[in-house]
Design a protein around this ligand. Structure first.
Ligand SMILES: Cc1cc2nc3c(=O)[nH]c(=O)nc-3n(C[C@H](O)[C@H](O)[C@H](O)COP(=O)(O)OP(=O)(O)OC[C@H]3O[C@@H](n4cnc5c(N)ncnc54)[C@H](O)[C@@H]3O)c2cc1C
Length: 415
């Protein structure tokens, strides 16, 4: 424990992964560690709340949580600045405020960049739910929407080649399912559904390529019930005022186009030469950089993270923090990396579908649980997150999951 007071920990990015690492380090090392949290913004954004902003009209501030009080509670320093360059040899980070921040351990948790400009016409005719700029913009467009064809889908993303991960065409497709169901619910409520069609496209062979056949079957049924047409193997190229164009030369009429754009690695990583050929950070299963042992990466920015999910960000954050804590104190267990897809897709009203699957990673779990209990879990997750100002409740989710899965007969439960 002797070198601990001098151990400087720098966390770049106060999102799901960064905050989880902050809390884990604080709980285990308490005042022995000198922790600095850096973020370009003075708040953390709860992105899973963005469909609510766009579709329900929930004020965006409900999903923004100030970082200064979060850092204060964890005994950390908070610097609002953009990290511009990491020098792994000098062990410093150059910040946009001119500061050179030294570190002993660096945690890269900056997330990724959503490349809206990769889709021609997006800025004029496209909409999205991915952040706190785009979600309110979509909400405003929906207020004026009178009916017509609606086309939704995620764009194909290219990945680097530094680490071994299963093939996946789409970074994160769950929010598109959620928006599709919520939109259908809302249009019915407003008596506009009969004047509209809803078409969901996917670059994959099936919507939600990252789950197994049982979940696919259940989702197909649910989308059919809502009158949604699904087009697989469609790669979006351009959006015009009245259509969506795909790279195979086909086109769909569209009065409202909602997309998840392709993802790309952050400029910081590309510029610092710490990433793979697409700018994602390559690490081992302890989330340690393949070339620099005192650099860790967790969350969307890590090349291992597929799909790009908050659930995986938390799992990876726990592993990286536990690895460093064990290295410094020789205490605690480092969890094994067992990736899985876990999300709760809100469907409007009191309906939601909970999805838990690890088939993409060779496992046998492939569960879709539809009903009010899934909605209650989503609601309690969001409320807990909000009232604890960004402190994630995976233990609460885990407990809820176990109680729900343990007490109902789940179609598709096979492990
Ligand atoms: C609409 C939507 C809904 C979603 N719903 C779910 C869901 O229900 N369940 C789920 O598990 N996942 C969901 N996801 C995915 C989830 O939000 C992401 O996987 C998660 O946010 C990734 O966390 P992160 O910490 O890696 O990055 P982020 O949450 O993106 O946080 C990165 C932080 O780093 C900061 N930053 C970036 N660059 C710099 C820099 N150079 N210097 C300083 N700071 C920087 C940013 O300001 C940000 O605060 C959803 C995603 C979207 C878009």
């Amino acid at each position: 424990m002797e070198r601990m007071p001098q151990t400087r920990m720098v966390i770049l990015g106060g999102g799901f992964a960064g905050l989880r690492i902050l809390y884990r380090l604080h709980n285990a090392l308490y005042h022995h560690a000198d922790i600095t949290l850096v973020d370009s913004r003075d708040y953390t954004l709860q992105k899973p709340g963005m469909p609510d902003v766009a579709l329900v009209g929930t004020p965006v501030d409900m999903f923004r949580h100030k970082l200064q009080p979060i850092a204060d509670r964890a005994g950390a320093r908070f610097i609002q600045a953009t990290a511009q360059y990491i020098d792994p040899m000098k062990q410093t980070v150059a910040l946009s405020n001119g500061q050179q921040l030294p570190y002993d351990y660096l945690f890269i948790t900056t997330g990724i960049v959503k490349d809206y400009d990769a889709i021609e016409g997006y800025r004029h005719f496209g909409y999205s739910v991915c952040d706190d700029i785009e979600a309110p913009r979509l909400h405003a467009a929906l207020q004026k929407f009178k009916g017509g064809p609606i086309v939704l889908g995620a764009a194909k993303t290219e990945w680097g080649h530094s680490v071994h991960v299963p093939h996946l065409d789409i970074a994160c497709e769950g929010p598109m399912g959620e928006v599709t169901f919520m939109l259908d619910h809302d249009l019915r409520r407003l008596n506009k559904r009969q004047k509209s069609t809803i078409t969901l496209f996917t670059p994959g062979h099936e919507f939600l390529e990252d789950v197994g056949t049982t979940v696919h079957h259940i989702l197909r049924e649910r989308l059919d019930t809502r009158g949604v047409t699904v087009y697989p193997r469609k790669n979006i190229k351009a959006i015009t005022e009245h259509s969506v164009q795909f790279s195979d030369g086909t086109e769909l009429p569209s009065a409202l186009t909602i997309v998840i754009p392709p993802y790309t690695g952050p400029t910081l990583i590309k510029y610092s030469g710490l990433g793979d050929d697409k700018g994602y950070v390559p690490t081992d299963y302890a989330m340690r950089h393949l070339s620099y042992p005192n650099i860790f990466a967790a969350g969307d920015v890590n090349a291992l993270t597929l799909p790009k999910l908050g659930h995986l960000a938390i799992i990876q954050a726990d592993i990286s923090a536990a690895t460093v804590i064990r290295e410094l104190t020789n205490t605690g267990e480092v969890p094994l990396y067992k990736p899985e897809v876990f999300c709760i897709m809100y469907e409007g009203g009191s309906e939601a579908t909970l999805i838990l699957s690890n088939t993409m990673y060779g496992g046998k779990t492939d569960i879709a649980l539809h009903g009010v209990s899934a909605h209650l879990m989503k609601w309690s997750f969001d409320s807990y997150y909000f009232y604890s100002h960004g402190h994630l409740p995976p233990d609460l989710v885990q407990a809820g999951l176990e109680s729900v899965l343990g007490h109902v007969n789940i179609k598709g439960r096979n492990s």
